[in-house]
Design a protein around this ligand. Sequence first.
Ligand code: 4GX
Length: 249
Amino acid sequence: MLNIDVLTLFPGIMEGALRESILGRAQTQGHVKINLTNFRDYATDKHRTVDDYPYGGGAGMVLKAEPLYRAVEDIGGVDPHARGRVLLMSPQGVPFSQKLAVELARESRLLFICGHYEGFDERIRTGLVTDEISIGDYVLTGGELPALVMIDAVVRLLPGVLGNDESAQTDSFADGLLEFPQYTRPEVFRGMGIPPVLLSGHHAQIAKWRRQQSLLRTLQRRPELLDTVVLTREDQKLLDDAKRESDNR
Ligand code: 4GX
């Protein structure tokens, strides 16, 4: 069972998303425990202040170190070694990836820190955070959506969370390639047919076509992914054939 804590000033942003569908089911089935904490509860003054003006001046506010230290120590314990990984979502972080999701899914506890609007006092990074992670090169209003993205990617990898039909082994990135095209009924939709091989009943041919489509799609859309996947000699041949076909078109 994975234990996830989230520190946020806006737990409401995450509540709905965590209740629905596979993430909701993963919690009721006991694969993961997700605990949301409003770190404003750890402010000590009567106005429950969590941010303050930046030293040196300038626009915007900065999240204070004290409430977050108190929250992390209360939830994760005072011993940084026993605490598990403490993740901070920010555009300055290392890019999130399937590889990192697999790594995080092996942990027993994760603690996410979500900021909003402003920056963090740097001592939060230096004294609390083990991993600073970005979900992409764009600017959001807060860390809650990135935390949801990461929680979603991690929880679906936990043993038992996905059924056989939804298996994490068969999806895009499990083998480092993009997915092949899929079709369902009807056979002709608004004049658009389907590749005849899929109706042939020839399972080896179908598998070969799908592999070739995955390779071709990866080459066309995300060629850099091919640098890191190991291609069999058969893959190399399928890819060469597919390249020749698309050159002829
Ligand atoms: N991938 N944001 C965090 C607040 C903030 C400001 C400064 C730390 C330092 C983002 C992303 C992202 C916006 C979340 C700023 N936190 N996080 N927030 N892209 O854009 O992860």
